[in-house]
Design a protein around this ligand. Structure first.
Ligand code: PMP
Length: 441
């Protein structure tokens, strides 16, 4: 059967993720090609990508170096196991990741997605303490409004009710810190908000409640993306680091969105100058082109296993595709593209322009908050009483009709363009969004 790339005649079989399937299939939106900052739709329009796909195509689309690396690797060594076998490409990529990682981060454990990176980091945290003779440290702490992927560990430490409530009792022994979204105090914040560092102190309450000797790790997104761009108040991450360290609790930064240049530094850990024990990554690692994730750890975490009891030296965890050669080749080509084009520096340089453009929406209809950091930003809309999320979703549909791609989460419009975006393209993105908002019911 010939594949019609423009118009498949039956949309029924593919059960789409995070999508109201019946609604979508009545009026499907299809991308059939992409280049640099734009997608091409099935009806031939060029849509400006304001979200880097799903926060992942940081270098833009169909970049020749990445495409060629994938083609070459697929023809040379398509697959090799990483259990008791190796191939050079995965080792090379690990070295290159460590080259740009914060000082103190020394090891890379490969996964295939952000969700798998999170599960891996949570398991490593519990096993780390066991290897050190502290098997009682099993509790995990996440945060309200945290998004850590969709697997059981991730939705347990995550704090989004819709992602949790249909799936049973989840992991036991999990607590949540408060989120740091304080609209009354921090509305219209540019960069890090002023108020809320003390929210980190809630960790002391949990330590007093359970005892530090029961707590394995705290996981937070340095900047929460999927729940509407929630920023860390000044001093908050530093305080979280100090309290975790004081009590021997591991700190995990979920850098699935913030990693690989989104804030204008390689990782948020460098941007905020706070060193976690582990970082979860995915997305921008391969420019979103091939599924791959990685957990990055300090030597302390890694060496606890290597120096630990005999039965823990081999980590009983891993995936068939951990360090897959084609994904690794895509990762190397992606990191080279970032470096050769100076894309992280570029993001840092254009961030002030992005900030001012975003905040020009402050006076637009329905807008009740704007916030930004690096090349990420959010515009929050006044919810329609009784129909929350409807207005923002209408904005998304209207924006798509006007050839810009934005994302919505609840009543919040989130944007995170590829790091190659130009000033003129920022003007188009924000100007079009202003038009959309002006006409929105
Ligand atoms: N953690 C964070 C912070 C994320 O933003 C995401 C995805 N948006 C994930 C984990 C999950 O990644 P994936 O969809 O690749 O499993």
């Amino acid at each position: 059967m010939a594949l019609d790339r423009k118009a498949p005649n039956d949309l029924n079989a593919f059960w789409m993720p995070f999508t109201a399937n019946r609604q979508f299939k009545k009026n499907p939106r299809m991308f059939v090609a992409a280049k640099d900052m734009h997608y091409t739709t099935s009806d031939g329009r060029q849509v400006l990508d304001g979200t880097a796909g799903l926060w992942c195509c940081n270098a833009g689309h169909c970049r020749p170096k990445i495409t060629e690396a994938i083609q070459k690797q697929a023809a040379e060594l398509d697959y090799a196991p990483a259990f008791q076998m190796g191939h050079p490409v995965a080792f090379e990529l690990a070295n290159r990741i460590i080259d740009i990682a914060p000082k103190g981060i020394e090891h890379v454990f490969y996964t295939n997605s952000g969700s798998e990176s999170v599960e891996t980091a949570l398991k490593l945290a519990i096993a780390y303490h066991r290897a050190k003779g502290q098997a009682s440290r099993t509790r995990l702490i996440g945060r309200e409004r945290g998004y850590h992927g969709v697997n059981f560990g991730g939705i347990s430490v995550g704090g989004i009710v819709n992602n949790r409530r249909h799936f049973g009792s989840l992991l036991s022994g999990v607590d949540h810190l408060p989120h740091t979204h304080l609209p009354d105090q921090n509305r219209w914040s540019k960069g890090q908000p002023e108020h809320g560092a003390n929210l980190a102190d809630d960790l002391e309450r949990l330590v007093a409640l359970h005892g530090a000797e029961t707590i394995a790790a705290v996981i937070v997104e340095p900047v929460a993306g999927s729940t509407g761009v929630i920023l860390p108040p000044k001093g908050y991450l530093e305080r979280l680091r100090a309290i975790t360290k004081k009590h021997g609790i591991l700190l995990i930064f979920d850098e699935v969105i913030t990693g690989f240049g989104r804030l204008g530094a390689p990782f948020a850990a460098q941007y905020f100058d706070v060193l976690p024990d582990m970082m979860t990554t995915a997305k921008g690692l391969t420019n979103g082109v091939i599924p791959m994730g990685a957990v990055l750890t300090t030597a302390d975490v890694h060496d606890a296993f290597m120096d630990g009891p005999e039965h823990m030296i081999e980590l009983f965890h891993g995936y068939t595709y951990s360090g897959n050669p084609i994904a690794s080749a895509a990762g190397i080509a992606t990191l080279e593209t970032y470096r050769e084009e100076g894309l992280f520096e570029r993001a840092a340089e254009i961030a002030p322009y992005w900030q001012e453009a975003l905040h020009s929406l402050r006076d637009s209809r329905h807008v009740i908050d704007v916030r930004n950091m690096g090349l990420i930003g959010a515009v929050e809309l006044d919810p329609i009483a009784g129909e929350p999320t409807k207005r923002a979703f209408s904005a998304f549909l209207a924006a798509y009709d006007k050839n810009i791609l934005i994302r919505t989460t609840g009543d919040i419009i989130a944007m995170s363009p590829p790091l190659m975006i130009s000033r003129a393209q920022i003007d188009t993105l924000i100007g079009t969004l202003a038009d959309v908002l002006a006409k929105l019911e």
